[in-house]
Design a binder for this molecule. Structure first.
Ligand code: 6R9
Length: 634
């Protein structure tokens, strides 16, 4: 238990926090009505929540006005976005005034390209200011943004463009990654060539991150910067219903196809502002650095919306933690006097390996709050981050949430909730977790079970794009009356939650969700493979690593490993590359033909005994066969 008192003054006292929790539980309608006043509405909602229509349903507002315009009276000259380029000498600062202007210009460009409210606009960019500007520009005109992670393969991009029906894409010529260049435009071109009949993209706007030339297709591709120069610096915001989609973000689940999670406008924005203020103890003058790429939900809610809604300053870093040297991130914190640093356990594990002397070379005394997200953090990584980066002086928030929840759900609140290393601690006021047994019965007291949520909360996703029934099936039907998170958790005697990981077939690699079925579907496209199974095993650096078992067809070629790896990286992306590919004669299956992942996991981890009762398998002998293959010297 962390006992050292924090020398900082935090916004919320334990008593005030308890009052919020009690109020939210006793009078939810009043509580959320109060929280909705964080935003400027064009039409005030008459009700906070209604099961049929959702959150703040009859309200109307504009997201970019809430992030920008309403701060202009008091914060026009305050930094809204500080961009630190890969090159240490290059920093661009956007004040609220200049960011407003850039967003308006791009919004006008989008309008001039025929983009209308409700249209989907894909954003496929490296960590440059244009990413955040493009998101807000979409919201200015009521277009729905769909940010695509830079690490996606051409096929993964193509699938998402087709499913979302995007009419325009904003990309870059290249991205910088150390001395390397990432071919953004080329990847997009390949994606657009894959299903020319199926996609609906009419225009591609290209940001020139470097002066690298790329091929431009006449009538489709346009360099963005001349258009911005010519566009007007003002743009009338589109008034949007609270329940209108603000963005789609694709994430992986148990089904093979990634799902377009749809977030609404009013509820999501209230949640982003509420959780950012509460969890990060947002105070005047804070410099907030969230290291997540905008291609993930963390980059949306805490890299863009939360801090800007609250009038904060966002730091965006173009580069990597270890380029040009292992202290680069610490250097960024020192140079920009970052107060709030939000990152992933994966990054912490990698930085820990560089040794304590690296971090000790920098002055990190500006830090007040440290946060982690994306995967369970070990006690060791928690303590290292707390002691060596936070100097034992900072609040530490291990935040549990998901793409679907819109924002943080379970987390300590600085100054108010006593931390325990590696525990996400307590639900935020207004969040009601339950632990269920397999039959869906809530378990009381200190226990372990499937983590579900009771009731709704403003940030909850509206649905899945093009598949409302799948949303119901995935989240609402497994445990009737509850929202199913896909995670398991333990609750201790103090009511603290300890997330134990996914209970479904989702693998968490460096905080990135990858569905087993997504990998198996990719492998199914390789003709030499009869069937396959993908599982996650513990990995020192990545949290989990992927192990794949493939069963070849009779006439399997010698290069099957290579083909399997290629099928995965080309269909999903390099971030899904497996640690091991085992070619095996068969998989352990139940008599009804279902692969038994529990056994595959144990075998992949090198276990040779303790498999329990194997008599329910169609062929119990297969277990010994697999063990001998995996144990055999390579
Ligand atoms: C925000 C985000 C969600 C899944 C989630 C869980 C895992 C996230 C965690 C955590 C343990 C934490 N997860 N935060 N596990 N402790 N603090 O990561 O969204 O990409 O949708 O992933 O990540 O398994 O269900 P997303």
């Amino acid at each position: 238990m962390s006992s050292s008192p924090h020398p900082h003054t935090f916004r919320l006292s334990p008593v005030a926090y308890e009052a919020l929790t009690d109020h939210a539980a006793a009078e939810p309608e009043l509580y959320w009505e109060g929280e909705s006043r964080r935003l400027n509405w064009n039409a005030e909602p008459s009700q906070a929540y209604c099961e049929k229509q959702g959150w703040f349903a009859d309200g109307a507002l504009n997201a970019s006005v809430n992030c920008l315009d309403r701060h202009l009276a008091t914060r026009a000259d305050q930094a809204a976005l500080i961009w630190q380029a890969e090159d240490a000498d290059r920093v661009l600062t956007f004040t609220y005034q200049t960011l407003h202007e850039q967003v308006c210009r791009l919004a006008n460009v989008l309008r001039s390209q025929g983009v209308q409210a409700g249209d989907r606009v894909a954003i496929h960019l490296p960590s440059v200011p244009e990413g955040l500007i493009a998101m807000l520009a979409c919201t200015r005109i009521g277009a729905i943004h769909v940010v695509l992670f830079g690490g996606f393969s051409a096929e993964a991009i193509a699938d998402r463009l087709v499913d979302s029906g995007a009419v325009l894409v904003i990309t870059a010529n290249v991205g910088r990654r150390g001395a390397k260049r990432i071919a953004f435009k080329t990847a997009l071109d390949a994606a657009l060539d894959l299903h020319p009949e199926a996609h609906t993209v009419r225009h591609v706007l290209v940001v020139s991150v470097t002066d690298d030339d790329v091929s431009m297709q006449a009538d489709r591709d346009i360099w963005l910067s001349p258009l911005l120069k010519d566009a007007a610096p003002d743009c009338a915001p589109q008034d949007m219903p609270s329940s209108a989609p603000l963005f789609l973000l694709y994430t992986s689940g148990s089904t093979g196809k990634p799902k377009g999670i749809v977030h609404g406008t009013g509820g999501y924005l209230v949640w982003a502002s509420y959780t950012h203020e509460l969890v990060f103890d947002h105070q005047e003058g804070d410099i907030f650095w969230c290291t997540a790429d905008i291609g993930w939900i963390t980059g949306h809610t805490y890299g863009v919306y939360g801090p800007l809604l609250n009038g904060g300053t966002v730091l965006l870093f173009e580069g990597m933690p270890s380029h040009p040297g292992p202290g680069r991130w610490w250097n960024v914190i020192q140079d920009h006097k970052v107060t709030t640093f939000y990152t992933s356990p994966t990054a912490i594990r990698a930085l820990m390996r560089e040794g304590n002397d690296v971090v000790q070379r920098y002055d990190l005394s500006s830090l007040r709050v440290l946060g982690t997200v994306g995967e369970p953090i070990s006690h060791e990584a928690w303590s290292w981050f707390n002691d060596h980066v936070g100097g034992g002086r900072c609040a530490f928030v291990d935040t549990w949430w998901q793409t679907e929840s819109g924002g943080i759900m379970i987390s300590p609140v600085p100054g108010a909730v006593r931390e325990k290393p590696a525990s996400a601690t307590l639900p935020l006021p207004g969040v009601h977790p339950v632990l269920l047994d397999e039959r869906g019965t809530p378990k009381g007291g200190a226990t372990e079970g499937v983590l579900c949520l009771k009731g709704s909360w403003p940030g909850r996703a509206l649905t899945i794009w093009n598949d409302a029934a799948l949303f119901e099936r995935t989240y609402l039907q497994p445990y009737p009356g509850y929202y199913f998170t896909g995670d398991g958790a333990r609750r201790d005697e103090d009511g603290y939650y300890w997330i134990t990981g996914r209970v479904d077939d989702v693998i968490n690699v460096s905080g990135h969700r990858i569905g087993s079925a997504e990998i198996e579907d990719a492998l199914a496209t390789e003709l030499a493979i009869a069937e396959s199974a993908a599982i996650g095993i513990p990995h020192d650096l990545k949290g989990q690593g992927i192990v794949v078992y493939v069963v070849p067809r009779d006439d399997a070629p010698d290069d099957l490993h290579l083909r399997a790896a290629k099928a995965i990286t080309s269909k999903v992306g390099r971030y899904a590359a497996p640690e091991h590919i085992h070619v095996v004669p068969d998989l352990p299956k139940t008599r009804s033909g279902k692969s038994v992942r529990r056994l595959l996991r144990k075998i992949a981890c090198g276990e040779t005994e303790g498999f329990g009762d194997l008599s329910t398998l169609a062929d119990p002998e297969i277990v010994a066969t697999l063990i001998s293959i995996i144990q055999a010297p390579k």
